[in-house]
Design a protein around this ligand. Structure first.
Ligand SMILES: C[S@@+](CC[C@H](N)C(=O)[O-])C[C@H]1O[C@@H](n2cnc3c(N)ncnc32)[C@H](O)[C@@H]1O
Length: 392
């Protein structure tokens, strides 16, 4: 018998509650996290050989659980995380993904997986409503594959213009500028709502909409920390009863991934923090890249110039940057080791959020599940809430 969504959510919430201190305390450069000191883990973590560390970063909870000589409570945590994060995988696509015009290869793969899932599940929709449709790749692909009309709802006007331009000549596909959640939207019972990498509050707004209007939904969420409120309230009754309200600064942990980290990017961030702190900037871990675009974050020169300018400070000299980066490259090794337990809990948090959304839809009368939709190589944010609205 398969375990019910409710049971899985209750188990995930219990795990997060039990290890709340690890999840809530993000490490500070060069300091032993309090949760590691309390449990006597720091010596073990910091002494992890490079191969073991790399194996745990790629293998996640199962790899941590099998570390020889690990503290018993760390092994217990890893085993429980491994059980909580186990979800079924969607069937792999029958053939190679069609390369979508103007889309990066990974986006084409994600779209193909979502289209295959909709076909395999036999959603008999008359219209696709793609929420947070961006460039509209998914909107167009689903309209073509399922031979139905489709509408993309997107709050960013420029993206809507670009999506419309790309769609010229295709019948039955439209894009509208709509901020879902802020603007009233009504779905029809014969709609299939979809969201691919619906970020932050949008994912919850979409779940609320699908539950209210009783439509089927396929949702892959991302960037859970992009919410306006100080905390994300649980979407389901089960989640609320189990106190699954999560503070915004903790939600970012659910963006963790299993894979080899980009060491140079990590060193750049640590070096950036060093430079800012040396200039007397009070800084919470993670805040150093606020207001910095992904392009600017790539080099310490650009990142530090921007971060300092944002605070009305002069750019860092070449010598300042060189020294900060050299020290940061050494600190990366320790930071990666100390980050392991929180990464585990981050993956459990990500699953808990997906289960909470699936359960909210189930409580509203749908048949729902959570599946891993595509391989991590296509995107680490690969969990899909799949929900079929049932007849009233
Ligand atoms: C990460 S992108 C994903 C775009 C597209 N679905 C894809 O997979 O390529 C998220 C998109 O959702 C849009 N968005 C965020 N919040 C929204 C809201 N409340 N209503 C409509 N669109 C929103 C953003 O502007 C952005 O284009």
């Amino acid at each position: 018998m398969t375990t019910s969504l409710e049971t899985r959510l209750v188990r995930a919430a219990a795990l997060l509650g039990e290890w709340r201190d690890v999840l809530e305390e993000r490490g500070v450069d060069g300091e032993v996290p309090r949760w590691a000191a309390r449990r006597g883990w720091d010596g073990f973590l910091c002494a992890l050989p490079d191969d073991d560390l790399a194996g745990c970063e790629v293998g996640g909870a199962a790899a941590v659980a099998s570390l020889v000589g690990a503290p018993a409570d760390l092994v217990a945590l890893a085993r429980e995380v491994a059980a909580v994060v186990a979800v079924s995988e969607a069937s792999p696509p029958a053939g190679p993904a069609e390369a979508l015009k103007g889309a990066p290869r990974r986006k084409s793969g994600q779209v193909a997986a979502l289209v295959d899932l909709c076909r395999a599940r036999g959603f008999a929709a008359r219209r696709i409503v793609d929420v947070g449709s961006g460039a509209g790749h998914l909107t167009r692909a689903l309209a073509r594959a399922l031979r139905v009309e489709a509408v993309g709802l997107e709050r960013d006007e420029e993206r809507v213009e670009r999506a419309r331009a790309r769609t010229a000549g295709e019948r039955g596909v439209q894009f509208e500028v709509v901020a879902v959640g802020a603007t009233p939207v009504a779905l029809r019972p014969t709609d299939l709502a979809v969201g691919l990498h619906a970020c932050g509050a949008l994912a919850d707004a979409l779940v609320a909409l699908a539950a209210r209007d009783r439509v089927s939904l396929v949702l892959v969420a991302c960037c859970p920390q992009k919410v306006d409120r100080a905390a994300r309230p649980a979407a389901s009754r089960t989640g609320r009863v189990r106190a699954l309200d999560v503070a915004r600064e903790v939600l970012g942990a659910a963006n963790s991934f299993e894979g080899s980290p980009d060491l140079e990017a990590l060193a750049t961030r640590i070096a950036l923090r060093r430079i800012l702190r040396a200039r007397g900037v009070p800084l919470r871990q993670g805040d150093e890249t606020n207001g910095l675009t992904p392009r600017v974050r790539r080099t310490l020169e650009a990142a530090s110039a921007r971060a300092l300018a944002l605070r009305g400070l002069a750019p860092a000299s070449e010598q300042e940057r060189k020294e900060a980066l050299e020290l940061a490259r050494v600190e990366v090794g320790v930071a990666r080791r100390r980050a392991l337990p929180r990464r585990l809990l981050g993956s459990a948090l990500e699953i808990a959020l997906a289960l909470d959304r699936a359960r909210a839809l189930e409580e509203a009368g749908a048949a729902s599940d959570v599946v891993r939709l595509f391989p991590r190589a296509l995107s680490p944010r690969n969990l899909a809430v799949v929900s079929r609205a049932l007849a009233r």
